[in-house]
Design a protein around this ligand. Structure first.
Ligand SMILES: [Zn+2]
Length: 569
């Protein structure tokens, strides 16, 4: 009987050793990102001494990671083998699937990129900004190509960006299907549904391992179709008394198409705001993925001259990214001044981790008198990922032997595993693992084979992997506690202080006069230390920093970052 079974508690596999050299004829699958998090998706396939990469994305930092721009997958497991890489398959053009490519190509620029037309256009434009001209290989659904020893077949999938592909990978070891990101919208705007007949055909052939998107596995039932958002969007346009500002991902071509269609119906003109929005919509329109009626989209200068009732602005920043147009408008730090009677439409998802930033924006706009419409109060967003019901259909159509849930936090991976088991897949064949755990496929049979490094690589400005967790801890302490610099002038020969200690503080808050007591405490410590040890400059610096730190912590419950500079005379 197929009873509902609950998935076992998450298995960490923290103690696993590095995998042994891969046996002849076997295929190794190593996820380097996207398992245990939403973002920086990347999986490496190894067979006959060659590597194939599927996706190479970024993860966006959270509030506790100040100053970090993006987080990359850890390339250290493949760094010494970049010459063996036969290609990078990009399943679709979202940042969490393509954003890491420029950093990987910095290490080897001529790795061929294999992707659909729109995905290639997006990644090529991105690489141009990094001054990299990639080698590309365009594919479409139905294509079957060889990349080294990997036989690849591409299948159409529906998602929140056009031209998404799933990829079937055949080797002597077996058949693997990777969905990329997908959902099963039966009425997508472009009529391009997820290729369920293709899935069924692969199911008949026998899928040995199924890598499947988990993002919405804990959402019950089925997603509504994209086109069902039209009435709610229309309602916004019908009732908005002044300007309408729409925020969406710069890649959500279908959502933006719906906004353009509504603008046309209601006689408004549209302006695109933000570099990535302007660039991507230009590409999508040029390639025929976005239909822009003549004269609908106008330059910002022309738009500003129109009455407020005729204006629609489409901008980025739907996740509350501080530098994006939407955040700056909310902070009154943008030429577009949102106020009384304006309508702000957040036609986008709420990615876990971004909640605070988004609610801050909603509150700010509301305070300025704007009406904010979002997925919490109107049907203006539908997710791009298959929910539990759709996943169940998928498992029943494919009947895979083994399953590796990908793309999700632990709760999503575990929920996806539970659905797989409920459809009858053997519990031992459902691998809930995290980044770095490798699975070997030998003659169609999958098992865990080891673990490689899969750390978060932090990118700060243009430096990659230099910022560390320790640096982030310092930044958090600086933000909460401030900093104190102590300057001490010391006579080299005697080690005695020749001037009173000086304190310089930033962001450190304490009652006036604390420096006097602090100086006395430090001087006492120096005096008693002098009797027992000889001292050099570094020792004195350490002693001052420690003494001050201990005193502030005990007496004032403060832990600022302390820097001591000793100058010898
Ligand atoms: Zn996606």
């Amino acid at each position: 009987m197929r009873n509902a079974r609950t998935a076992k508690p998450a298995r960490h596999h923290l103690e696993l050793p590095a995998p042994a050299a891969l046996k002849k004829g076997a295929m190794r699958i190593t996820p380097l990102g996207g398992l245990g998090e939403i973002g920086r998706n990347m999986t490496v396939f190894e067979h006959e001494g060659k590597l194939l990469i599927v996706d190479c994305g970024v993860l966006f930092p959270e509030e506790h990671q100040p100053g970090i721009d993006v987080i990359l997958p850890d390339f250290s497991a493949i760094r010494s083998r970049l010459a063996d890489v036969v290609g990078i398959v990009l399943t679709h053009g979202h940042e969490d699937h393509i954003g890491g490519v420029p950093y990987l190509l910095r290490e080897r620029a001529d790795i061929p990129i294999i992707a659909s037309k729109l995905t290639l256009a997006f990644i090529t434009a991105k690489l141009e900004e990094h001054r990299i001209k990639p080698q590309t290989r365009q594919v479409r659904e139905g294509d079957r190509i060889d990349a080294g020893p990997f036989d690849l077949e591409f299948l159409a999938v529906s998602h929140s960006i056009p031209d998404g592909l799933a990829v079937a990978i055949r080797t002597a070891a077996g058949l693997v299907l990777h969905t990329g990101d997908f959902k099963m919208d039966q009425f997508p705007l472009d009529g391009r549904t997820t290729d369920l007949p293709g899935f069924a055909r692969l199911g008949d052939e026998g899928v040995d391992l199924f890598l499947v998107d988990s993002t919405n596995a804990d959402v019950p039932g089925f997603m509504i179709p994209e086109e069902d958002l039209a009435p709610a969007i229309d309602q916004v346009f019908r009732t908005a008394p002044r300007r309408i500002v729409v925020s969406s991902f710069a890649s959500h071509v279908h959502r933006i198409q719906q906004i353009l269609d509504a603008a046309e119906r209601h006689g408004r003109k549209v302006g695109f705001v933000g570099r990535s929005m302007v660039r991507n919509m230009g590409i999508a329109a040029d390639l025929g993925y976005l239909r822009i009626p003549d004269g609908l989209v106008v330059e910002m200068k022309a738009l500003e001259k129109l009455p407020a009732t005729d204006i629609v602005l489409i901008c980025t920043g739907s996740q509350g990214e501080p530098m994006a147009a939407l955040s700056r408008m909310a902070n009154k730090d943008h030429v577009i001044d949102i106020g009384e009677g304006d309508t702000v439409l957040l036609a986008s998802s709420l990615i876990p981790g971004n909640e605070n930033a988004i609610y801050r924006i909603i509150n700010a706009f509301t305070r300025w008198g704007a009406n904010v419409v979002h997925k919490g109060n109107a049907k203006v967003h539908v997710s791009g990922h298959a929910s539990a019901g759709e996943l169940a259909y998928c498992y029943n159509i494919l009947r895979p032997t083994a399953v590796l849930p990908v793309h999700g936090e632990w709760r999503h991976l575990t929920a996806n595993a539970a659905i797989a088991m409920r459809t009858g897949i053997d519990e031992k064949q459902v691998f809930v693992v995290e980044d770095g755990v490798s699975i070997d496929l030998v003659a169609g049979s999958a098992r865990i084979s080891g673990r490689v490094a899969a750390d978060h690589i932090l990118v700060d400005g243009t430096t990659m992997g230099v910022a560390t967790e320790a640096a982030l801890t310092d930044r958090r302490v600086l933000a909460e506690e401030g900093t104190i610099t102590v300057l001490a002038i010391m006579e080299h020969a005697s080690g005695r202080l020749t001037e009173p200690l000086e304190f310089f503080s930033r962001g450190f808050v304490e009652e006036a006069g604390w420096e006097k007591t602090a100086a006395k405490t430090i001087e006492d410590a120096l005096r008693s230390a002098a009797e027992s040890t000889s001292r050099n400059r570094e020792d004195v610096e350490t002693l001052i920093t420690r003494t001050l730190g201990r005193w502030l912590s005990r007496r004032h419950r403060r832990n600022p970052v302390i820097t001591t500079i000793v100058v010898e005379e």
